[in-house]
Design a protein around this ligand. Structure first.
Ligand code: DX5
Ligand code: ZN
Length: 225
């Protein structure tokens, strides 16, 4: 039986911000499935990146799904802007939402896929009651805020546990792993249960972004048992 295809969602956080259009075109050319936008506000995380205008600027140049990861406080204030800018999926951090179910409804009503992200320390229990209402669960495998950090090995059991919970109670939910993903660990992460892999520095540290994406795809295929 054909194995379900693993989704590769490169993060543009590690791209050259002075040539973002070219970076996205190269990712598309290299076979990326989604484009991952790491939005940071300097409050929820100690870094500041870009807002909805970046999504809007790139939307006309790429028809891949735009996977927007909001590492911001009060995401409900900006979700409409990202939906209007052309986001296909919007992921909020459970830790940033006092009324998470209301934010899930807000994203859904705007016609976007709904994701919830958990920081490394946050237990899976926090999403138990709302898991059936979302489309994607993002397990952070680094502390959010920066690219190029080392994968937190402690998160591997969490990935396994998350996939079991999804299979048991919300099998439609995609499990996304984000942070420290590379060709060296990609295959293992999918065997642990990841459906979607986010990678930034491992893609943009390759000679070209195309080669970075292809290295991930090859790693997913070549180490088949
Ligand atoms: C970190 C971001 C990640 C990060 C991934 O806060 O959410 O998407 O950019 O970058 P790498 O692959 O370099 O860890
Ligand atoms: Zn991210």
């Amino acid at each position: 039986m054909q194995e379900p295809k693993v989704v590769i969602a490169p993060s543009i956080l590690s791209a050259d911000f002075g040539a973002m259009r070219e970076a996205v075109l190269a990712l598309h050319d290299g076979g990326a499935d989604w484009i991952h936008f790491d939005v940071m506000d300097g409050h929820f995380v100690p870094n500041l990146t870009f807002g909805a205008p970046m999504v809007a600027a790139l939307r006309p140049h790429c028809n891949l799904p735009f996977d927007v990861h909001l590492m911001i406080e009060h995401p409900e204030r900006l979700i409409p802007d990202f939906a209007a800018a052309g986001a296909n999926g919007i992921t909020v951090h459970a830790e940033a939402c006092v009324h998470l179910h209301r934010v899930i409804q807000q994203i859904r009503e705007l016609g976007c896929s709904v994701g919830v992200a958990l920081n490394p320390h946050t237990p899976l229990e926090i999403v138990r009651h709302i898991l059936p209402a979302i489309d994607l669960l993002l397990i952070m495998t680094v502390n959010p805020g920066f690219g190029g950090q080392a994968f937190i090995e402690l998160m591997k059991p969490k990935i396994v546990e998350a996939r079991l919970i999804i299979e048991r109670s919300a099998p439609h939910v995609l499990l996304q792993v984000d942070g420290g993903v590379s060709p060296e660990n990609a295959r293992e992460l999918t065997e642990l249960g990841a459906h979607v892999l986010v990678a930034g520095s491992s893609v943009f540290s390759a000679p070209t972004p195309q080669e970075g994406v292809r290295a991930l795809r090859f790693a997913l295929m070549s180490q088949k048992a």
